[in-house]
Ligand binder design. Structure first.
Ligand code: AMP
Ligand code: MN
Ligand code: MN
Ligand code: MN
Length: 292
């Protein structure tokens, strides 16, 4: 079974509409897909419907932006109820913060002679509530300022560069609490990507577990093979389950292809070990074997 429990649609900073993303996942051999747009759940209904039509399993997800000890972290929520009022109120607050940050990024880039960046980024954001650095990056590539999204990040959008704006996201405690209030499981996204020393990573995992976190991404598009092994070990050490996801955003951009990457290391407890997906699996089998 191919589980891909982390990816993005055009509701956040992916390029494919939710239904097109699901279609692509089915074509790439994904059996169970979790859509985890940044700080927004409005793509889930369309994606769930497309998954039923394509005969693949689907879980409602979200990727929440957090500031912990001065570092930006991402926490994925899986099997959330997108209509939960606590979750919705929390995400609405983050979206307001995103808008204010985006205006400041536009001003900073303006000082460097790049005019109209806020409006330009907004044009690249199919969902204006979820405007992020990737939309600025795509605008700068379109303007010929840089050759690709990756170089925009390197030259403009990261700490110490002219278009970087420090921002305080929500707390780890709140993100986990909203996910739990919405009936979901909290999973620490791509732990290998944070600027944390070994000791701080272990403190993070312990605190995350203490707050009610249940899993950690072991196999993700931003981990090396060494990191798959390291985080499998750390997940077990801290009593956390393991998750797997591509972090797909767009064909040819950073992150893996949908469904890509190795299986979870055998010693891990998959985050899906107690999910009841029997019905979707049968649908999937039926759609494969019944001639049409
Ligand atoms: P934001 O939440 O608006 O700060 O944007 C974060 C997003 O930017 C991540 O989810 C990635 O999609 C993208 N991103 C971050 N760093 C890089 C990078 N070095 N190259 C390409 N995309 C990046
Ligand atoms: Mn992203
Ligand atoms: Mn992320
Ligand atoms: Mn992501």
């Amino acid at each position: 079974m191919n589980y891909d429990l982390h990816c993005h649609s055009s509701i956040s900073d992916g390029v494919l509409a939710p239904a097109d993303l699901v279609q692509r996942a089915a074509e790439k051999g994904v059996d169970v897909l979790g859509l985890t747009d940044h700080d927004d759940v409005s793509g889930l209904a369309e994606a769930a419907q497309a998954a039923r039509a394509a005969g693949i399993g689907f879980v409602n997800g979200v990727e929440i932006s957090v500031t912990w000890s001065g570092v930006t972290l991402h926490v994925v929520g899986l099997n959330i109820d997108p209509d939960d009022p606590d979750l919705q109120a929390g995400l609405a607050g983050i979206q307001q913060g995103r808008h204010a940050r985006a205006e400041r990024i536009g001003q900073e880039l303006g000082k460097k002679g790049i005019a109209g960046a806020f409006e330009g980024a907004l044009r690249h954001a199919a969902n204006p509530r979820m405007i992020g650095r990737t939309h600025f990056a795509r605008f700068l590539v379109e303007q010929g300022v840089c050759k690709d999204v990756r170089s925009v990040f390197r030259k403009y959008l990261v700490r110490g560069k002219p278009g970087y704006v420090a921002h305080e996201w929500t707390s780890l405690e709140s993100a986990v609490a909203w996910i739990r209030a919405a009936g979901g499981q909290a999973v620490l996204a791509h732990p290998g990507r944070y600027d944390l020393k070994g000791k701080a990573t272990r403190r993070l995992l312990a605190e995350f577990r203490e707050l009610g976190g249940e899993g950690v991404e072991v196999v993700t598009g931003s981990h090396t093979p060494d990191q798959h092994a390291l985080f499998a070990e750390l997940a077990n050490l801290h009593g956390l389950a393991a998750s797997r996801g591509s972090d797909f955003h767009a064909p040819g951009e950073h992150g893996r292809e949908l469904g890509g990457g190795p299986d979870l290391p055998v010693k891990c407890t998959p985050i899906w070990h107690n999910w009841n997906l029997t019905s979707t699996r049968q649908t999937r089998t039926a759609s494969k074997t019944v001639p049409t």
